[in-house]
Write a protein that binds this ligand. Structure first.
Ligand code: SF4
Ligand code: FES
Length: 249
């Protein structure tokens, strides 16, 4: 296939960016989207031009580092996959494809398509952990967990922190990410001692980072590669309210 990509190029956080057009020839439908960008970068390097900066690590939908807005959709046109799992067979010969970074105030563009998602790390640092006593490992199944809670906690724990939910949200809210992180620990017995402080600290950090509020639009779930559902947002709202009542009484 021969395609045209219009890519956001930006030298650094403090430079202005713009879309730059590249024609890419002999693209195999079996290439991943990132391999297509690799091939383009090889050509740019051989031409002495600056290759396009973009993030990736595992390239199999696990690490959450890749993330591009492709034709206006976070992670591209196929639901339930990350950018690295998208293949060129999802496009047609002659297509013009727009490629942009996540756009949200707390995710500053570092260069081209790379954004700084350190805000997510700081939200996790604020409360996304449990305190475990040291000593011998406890016996397996010493702490019973109801099956429904274990399943819901596991579903929430599949969030890979990619940030697509923020990129898609018209409010720039990280509520789906926050809900997933608060839910997966708050549903387990091991997460109970810090349940209140976790909810309050994480929402406080979320707001301090400049993410917007959730108005239940649902764009986040539509682009989430791990199918995190809106119920995690209801759960964290309940946890935050309960924590405020406990704190104030
Ligand atoms: S909730 Fe989904 S879209 Fe948001 S960071 Fe987690 S995996 Fe990515
Ligand atoms: S590179 Fe790891 S999820 Fe895409």
């Amino acid at each position: 296939m021969n395609i045209t990509v219009r890519v956001w190029r930006q030298k650094s956080t403090h430079h202005k960016g713009s879309m730059v057009t590249y024609h890419v020839e002999d693209v195999s439908p079996d290439m991943s989207f990132l391999e297509m960008l690799d091939a383009l970068n090889e050509r740019l390097t051989l031409e002495g031009a600056d290759p396009i900066a973009f993030d990736s690590d595992c390239r199999e939908g696990i690490c959450g580092t890749c993330g591009l807005v492709i034709n206006g959709i976070a992670h591209g046109p196929k639901p339930l996959i990350t950018t690295c799992q998208l293949h060129m067979r999802s496009f047609n010969d002659g297509d013009v494809i727009d490629v942009e970074p996540w756009r949200a105030e707390p995710f500053a563009v570092v260069k081209d398509l790379v954004v700084d998602r350190g805000a997510f790390d700081r939200i996790i640092q604020a409360g996304g952990f449990i305190s475990a006593p040291t000593g011998a490992a406890p016996d397996a199944h010493a702490v019973p967990v109801p099956k429904a809670h274990a399943d819901a906690a596991f579903d929430a724990a599949t969030c890979i922190g990619c940030g697509a939910c923020v990129a898609a949200c018209p409010n720039g809210s990280a509520a789906l990410f926050l809900g997933a992180k608060i839910t997966h620990l708050g549903l387990l017995p091991q997460g109970q001692p810090e349940r209140d402080s976790r909810a309050l600290a994480m929402i406080e950090q979320h707001d301090a980072e400049g993410f917007g509020g959730c108005t239940q639009i649902g764009e986040c779930t539509a682009v989430c590669p791990k199918d995190i559902q809106l119920d995690v947002i209801s759960r964290y709202h309940r946890d935050v309210l309960a924590a405020m009542v406990h704190r104030d009484t």
